[in-house]
Design a protein around this ligand. Structure first.
Ligand code: GTP
Ligand code: MG
Length: 207
């Protein structure tokens, strides 16, 4: 259960992040897919992460601390149409560094718009995570915007496309930041990983 959630810091540099001593979960996905809104819905804190109708709102690596035990990270989105080539290349380098260097990162949450058929940009990003051997799960967003049947169809099509590269389909969630559907399932998933992180960190008393 989430009792407390607060903002820690925003960073443009991977070498300035908070100490890597707590389990960390990063939210990433296309610009405007609903990353910041979902963080607010999961934590039940409306203004925690800054949201906007205009894509490209989140520009930095934003750390939030939950229950004083784990970090949730809001990352800038990819595929922002108005970004210049230089900006895009910078984003790629910055995100690649963060994802590959952050040793306490437990799992990446890749957010995908449940209203859309599979998009190359999302599939490519999943492929990269696979190449880098970074564990990820899929979170389909904005479920309140269409029928469940439509969301399920888009999800199934996404899994079919992914199965060209992946033997196993990663864990997945269908969510809405409006209704909070799927949010408690995500928290439970994270808390399960936290338990394992803590037992791995605890000294072996049998020695
Ligand atoms: P960037 O930071 O620009 O990459 O965007 P983001 O992925 O953080 O998206 P953000 O949370 O700012 O949401 C973008 C827009 O989508 C806002 O207008 C939100 O209100 C809306 N939105 C996000 N999630 C949902 C949802 O589950 N349902 C509905 N109906 N709208 C949503
Ligand atoms: Mg955002």
């Amino acid at each position: 259960m989430i009792k407390t959630a607060s903002f820690v810091c925003s960073n443009s540099r991977v070498d300035k992040l908070p100490a890597a001593d707590k389990p960390e979960y990063a939210f990433i996905g296309r610009s405007n897919v609903g990353k910041s809104s979902l963080i607010n819905a999961i934590t039940n804190h409306k203004g925690l992460a800054k949201t906007s109708q205009t894509p490209g709102k989140t520009q930095l690596i934003n750390h939030f601390i939950i229950n004083n035990e784990w970090y949730i990270v809001d990352l800038p989105g990819y595929g922002y149409a108005k970004a210049s080539k230089t900006n895009r290349a910078q984003w790629e380098k910055f995100i690649r560094r963060y994802l590959n260097l952050r040793e306490n990162l437990q799992c990446v949450f890749v957010l995908v718009d449940s209203r859309l058929s599979p998009q190359k940009i999302d599939l490519d990003f999943c492929y990269n995570l696979g190449e880098w051997a970074i564990p990820f799960v899929l979170v389909f967003t904005k479920a309140d915007k269409q029928s469940q049947a439509k969301s399920k169809k888009n999800m199934e099509d996404f899994f079919t496309a992914l199965s060209e590269w992946f033997e196993e389909i990663p864990p997945h969630f269908l969510t809405s930041s409006e209704s909070r559907s799927g949010c408690d399932e995500i928290t439970a998933f994270i808390e399960d990983i936290n338990t394992r992180f803590n037992s791995a960190a605890a000294p072996d008393t049998n020695d």
